[in-house]
Write a protein that binds this ligand. Structure first.
Ligand SMILES: [Fe+2]
Length: 164
């Protein structure tokens, strides 16, 4: 299940290759960019504003209004629904391991608890899609249904665009 369009994952054909010099700008953004994730206490997830050269590049290749950010994911990301967006436009710089997979789950099998955390109704929640997303490829994810990333061994780093 590699490089294939699925229900919740699709490749985006961008006719402009990614400038290799922007890779160091991604790491620079992680070091210096403002963390805009709503809960900065989370140790497994950080979302920082991308620096100007990345902002300029993503606006060159995508014509929809968006905020360009870099996300840093560590092992332990729970099953969640993205807050503030229904789709994510991503480009993975470092997958974070050899067999890292993005999984989607059946929305009927989850509920929001009193702390607004997504929880399974019981232990038998259904996985509906799983994909090993190739690095250095633009793709779109439907992040409006429960999903997570499994198999991260180091740190997963990607550019992620938030539509305005
Ligand atoms: Fe997500």
């Amino acid at each position: 299940m590699y490089s294939k369009n699925l229900q919740y994952y699709s490749l985006i054909d961008v006719h402009e290759s990614f400038p290799p010099e922007l890779i160091s700008e991604v790491y620079e953004s992680i070091d210096t960019g403002k963390n805009i994730f709503y809960d900065p206490k989370h140790t497994w997830y950080k979302q920082v504003l991308a620096n100007q050269s990345i902002v300029e590049f993503t606006h060159k290749i995508f014509d929809f209004p968006h905020v360009s950010t870099v996300q840093v994911i560590k092992p332990g990301l729970p099953i969640h629904i993205d807050f503030g967006r229904t789709e994510a436009f991503n480009f993975i710089i470092d997958a974070g391991g050899d067999k890292v997979e993005t999984c989607f789950y059946h929305p009927d099998d989850f509920y929001f608890n009193e702390n607004n955390k997504l929880r399974p109704n019981n232990s038998k929640y259904r996985e509906i899609e799983r994909v090993c997303i190739p690095s250095m490829t633009w793709h779109k994810l439907d992040v409006s249904i429960p999903h997570n990333v499994i198999g991260i061994e180091t740190t997963r780093i990607s550019i992620t665009l938030v539509k305005k």
